[in-house]
Design a protein around this ligand. Structure first.
Ligand code: 2AM
Length: 180
């Protein structure tokens, strides 16, 4: 199973981001993430055997008990990579819990399955972001968008991703409330 831990967004934030995504839809070559799938990845795990699920659920619940609910802020957009040809157009996120959640998940997964299990997510530093669109074919950069969005983060989730020709299908397998 292809798995990742993520924070999903409330309806009104998704709606505001969907409006920003219209800017990308003017450019052929950018493919927007469907609004109901917009999310912030905390840790990408890649393929894991189904037998790992129980441990991954337990890790999520344990970490949820250690981190308090917090406010997330979205203020603007950016690109990965920023230099050269961008592949991803994203909304940059801030919030005091994102770092502790991402770090806690990395540490927990390392402890459970070893360093090897962290390889899927790459070795780049964690930058909380919400991918708005992916560049599939040559297309100009989308003009920047400024937001004044915030929402309370009260839970995160373990998500299954099934890759399909039309785009991935995400299924939330388990939710982990924050109650630190
Ligand atoms: P992205 O939005 O920046 O592409 C599901 O694929 C989620 O896991 C996406 O949000 C994606 O981030 C993230 N992710 C992180 N590393 C990944 C990788 N090596 N392959 C695919 N997705 C990855």
């Amino acid at each position: 199973m292809r798995l990742f831990y993520a924070v999903f967004l409330p309806e009104e934030v998704r709606r505001a981001l969907a409006e920003a995504q219209e800017k990308a839809s003017r450019y052929k070559g950018w493919k927007e993430v469907p609004p109901h799938q917009l999310h912030l990845t905390l840790l990408f795990l890649g393929e894991r055997p189904e037998g790992d699920l129980e441990d991954l659920f337990a890790l999520g619940h344990r970490l949820g008990r250690q981190v308090s609910p917090f406010t997330a802020f979205l203020r603007g957009t950016g690109y990965f990579p920023n230099e050269g040809t961008p592949r991803v157009w994203f909304a940059k996120a801030e919030g005091e819990g994102f770092g502790p959640l991402a770090e806690g998940l990395r540490a927990g997964v390392r402890e459970l399955f070893g360093e090897e299990a962290l390889r899927a997510g790459g070795d780049k530093a964690f930058k909380p972001h919400i991918t708005l669109a992916r560049r599939k074919a040559p297309a100009p950069r989308v003009p920047p968008v400024v937001f004044g969005l915030s929402w309370p983060v009260r839970e995160f989730a373990l998500v299954r991703s099934e890759l399909r020709p039309r785009g991935p299908i995400y299924t939330i397998l388990e939710k982990f409330p924050l109650r630190g």
